[in-house]
Design a protein around this ligand. Structure first.
Ligand SMILES: Nc1ncnc2c1ncn2[C@@H]1O[C@H](COP(=O)(O)OP(=O)(O)OP(=O)(O)O)[C@@H](O)[C@H]1O
Length: 713
């Protein structure tokens, strides 16, 4: 009995403030469990007395057995205490310390330590009733595993053994990628990039193009349609003339998302149908809006539109912030003085950057998007990542008719007669001409109810394009696409490809690269990178190249070093080869818009051989003679890599891409490319020390000069 009580303080002694009555109460209140326990104990004692006769138990064994039995008792005591507690019998508060068995006491002390819960260790006392429950839980888990089987008297079934917990198999990468994916993307039409379709002037039906357009394209040297165009033109220009009509309020067109490699002709894929459809318009309204991320791209796309819309009478405008706001306003809107509910546009097609577009939406009177038939978002993934003034939300709101205000007027009539009067006044002052049918309820007189099931859906068709289209469901949802149709221009799977699902490849960023592109990488020491770049350019006679750095600052520094090197090289007779001094210029956001335009013009005219640039022109820019791309600073993600290298090998031309990878970046870069299943396409090149030797003297002289310049600054 003493042993039984000796265990109780072990469970509660750490809680000095526990409330309880005298110990004499506990033995008296024998429960059935206690009686069972005492019976078992008796049996065990009997059994022990018998044991020495059979075994050769030493004194030590006896002690161990004793301890074991104590432990078993300990366990059972705890069970008893639990039962006592369940019966709401309070535990004894003061218990005598056991006078014998120091080893057991040691073990108990150890266990006491283990039993201290975090709250208690923080000095909190536990109320006995509440703490009791907590202790029960502890007690159950504290039973040492080894001692569990020794409860020989418990029935085996009382201790069911459960299988060990095991982790389920992780879902495959492809399963994860497809989770939450838009069904429309899963049902995408996959287009083989090698498909071409001749533009024949006789059989116009194959391409759906008008005679006029075929003639224009052929004059531009375009004799066949590229893959993305063969898929998109029939979709946007169906043979049914009704579906080609300017507005389709009863059968609004489906929205379109296109993922196609760099240089595959996406611009013409949307520009041609827009020009074809808008050509039937009679009055000028803003009917096509093309949003692009940079001014340079706006200028480029404008050239394309102007080239293919010759003789159509369509007016094309741009808004990029390059000119003053009033200048732009005067080019976009005909009448800014009177209030026109239908807006007043001077252009049919507007190509713009999102920031400037929002400025006009909010600050230019009579600038309206209610007549939009096409909303094009090119480089969609880049633009959707940009949240400037919630540009997308504002644009979409401007294309939608405001909610009919009939109820509103009635309710407001009661609430605020004054404001209603003002509204009615301002509307009646506004001229109502040119209202889109879906906006007719803006008129100050009531909307006549009709028995005809008249739909008033807007006919604005959204067209999204990118070489690295987003799969982000949230971003796609923000576009409020109407029954979207996806086109994915993707290489057909090669033998041995693990994944042969093109859509899966797109969503897992296994992008398609131009067939005509050759890729290399050079792993090098950071300190030797500039020297290796110079060697590369001279060794491979590189010209018509874009060299990408990580920032405008790096661009400026590298250009200066390059200039000093060329100066040193040519002043001593040409150095390693007799190549005349290479003309190199910087192109980054550090330069003003006019200077950038002029530099880009000079590069296009091949007056500048090499352009060292930041990622400002890594997207979309189309310069046909670019033969080499050098990533002086390795790109940090696959999308950036795709767009950089995509500035060459465009429209079926050959091109080479080089990436200089610093030793410490090599692992990251290789993993990135490997994850895109592209590593085998990137050939590793090695540069030997002796190859660099010829460039070293001029390089060192250039470095010294550069240091001087920077120390002066
Ligand atoms: N059918 C065609 N035949 C010949 N050249 C074409 C054809 N379609 C487009 N091109 C030319 O291909 C080049 C690349 O086209 P475009 O700039 O539209 O590519 P992209 O797919 O938009 O590339 P990126 O994703 O890099 O912006 C342009 O110079 C364009 O004039």
């Amino acid at each position: 009995m003493q042993q039984k009580f000796s265990i109780v303080p072990a469970m509660i002694s750490h809680s000095k403030n526990t409330v309880g009555r005298s110990s004499s109460l506990a033995p008296k209140g024998k429960t059935k469990a206690k009686q069972r326990y005492l019976k078992r104990k008796k049996e065990r004692r009997k059994h022990k007395k018998v044991q020495p006769k059979h075994g050769e138990g030493t004194a030590r064994n006896e002690i161990e057995e004793d301890e074991e039995s104590d432990l078993n008792e300990d366990v059972e005591d705890k069970v008893d205490v639990m039962e006592v507690d369940e019966d709401h019998t309070e535990l004894p508060m003061s218990i005598e310390k056991p006078s014998k068995e120091p080893r057991l006491e040691k073990r108990l002390k150890k266990r006491r330590k283990l039993k201290i819960s975090p709250e208690e260790s923080a000095g909190q006392s536990i109320e006995k009733d509440e703490g009791g429950a907590a202790q029960h839980e502890e007690t159950e888990y504290e039973v040492p595993e080894a001692s569990a089987p020794s409860r020989s008297l418990s029935p085996a079934a009382a201790l069911p053994s459960f299988p060990l917990p095991s982790l389920p198999d992780a879902p495959t990468q492809s399963a994860l990628a497809l989770q939450g994916l838009d069904q429309a993307l899963m049902d995408a039409e996959v287009v083989d990039p090698s498909i071409v379709l001749p533009i024949s002037r006789q059989g116009g039906t194959a391409t759906g193009l008008s005679e006029k357009m075929q003639k224009t394209l052929q004059e531009l040297g375009i004799t066949e349609l590229f893959a993305v165009q063969t898929a998109l033109l029939p979709f946007l220009l169906p043979s049914d003339p009704w579906q080609k009509s300017l507005y389709q309020p009863y059968n609004p067109p489906r929205d379109v998302c296109v993922s196609a490699p760099t240089g595959s002709g996406k611009t013409l894929a949307y520009a041609v149908p827009i020009v074809e459809i808008l050509s039937s318009r009679i009055v000028t309204r803003l009917r096509a809006l093309v949003v692009l991320p940079t001014r340079d791209l706006v200028a480029q796309v404008r050239e394309t539109f102007e080239a293919i819309s010759k003789g159509r009478g369509l007016k094309i405008g741009i808004a990029t912030g390059q000119h003053s706001f009033t200048h732009e306003q005067s080019h976009l809107v005909a009448d800014r003085t009177s209030s026109l509910l239908g807006g007043s546009s001077k252009v049919d097609i507007l190509i713009c950057t999102p920031g400037r577009l929002i400025d006009h939406l909010t600050g230019t009177p009579n600038f309206s998007l209610q007549h939009l038939r096409f909303l094009v978002i090119d480089e969609a993934d880049r633009l959707l990542a940009q949240s400037y003034q919630d540009w997308l939300i504002q644009i979409l709101a401007a294309t939608r008719p405001p909610k009919p205000s009939a109820h509103y007027l009635l309710e407001d009539l009661v609430k605020d007669a004054n404001s209603l009067w003002e509204k009615a006044q301002s509307r009646s002052r506004a001229r109502h001409d040119a209202l889109n049918p879906a906006f007719l309820h803006l008129l100050p007189y009531p909307d006549c109810p009709s028995f005809l099931p008249e739909k008033k859906e807007i006919s604005c068709q959204k067209l999204l394009f990118s070489a690295t289209l987003t799969r982000d469901p949230a971003k796609l949802a923000s576009l409020e696409l109407r029954d979207p149709k996806y086109f994915v221009v993707h290489r057909t799977p090669e033998k041995g490809d693990v994944l042969d699902n093109s859509v899966l490849d797109v969503v897992t960023e296994r992008f398609t690269f131009p067939e005509t592109l050759k890729e290399h990488m050079i792993v090098c020491e950071t300190a030797k990178k500039p020297l290796i770049l110079l060697h590369l350019i001279h060794q491979h006679h590189i010209a018509n190249a874009l060299i990408f750095t990580k920032s405008a600052e790096s661009t400026a520094r590298l250009v200066q070093l390059f200039d000093f090197f060329e100066q040193a090289r040519t002043s001593t007779g040409g150095g390693a080869n007799n190549r005349p001094r290479i003309s190199v210029r910087a192109y980054s956001s550090d330069l003003g818009a006019a200077e950038r335009k002029s530099i880009l013009g000079n590069f296009k005219d091949q007056e500048i051989e090499i352009l060292i640039c930041s990622d400002l022109i890594s997207r979309g820019i189309d310069i046909s003679h670019v033969a080499h791309i050098i990533s002086y600073d390795a790109p940090i993600d696959m999308r950036k890599y795709v767009h950089r290298v995509g500035r060459t090998a465009r429209a079926g031309k050959n091109g080479e891409a080089w990436t200089l990878v610093e030793e410490q970046e090599a692992r990251y870069f290789k993993t990135m490319v490997k994850n895109a299943s592209h590593l085998e396409k990137v050939k590793r090149e090695r540069v030997r020390e002796q190859d660099l030797a010829a460039f070293l003297p001029h390089y060192e002289s250039a470095l010294t000069q550069l240091k001087e310049v920077y120390s002066r600054q």
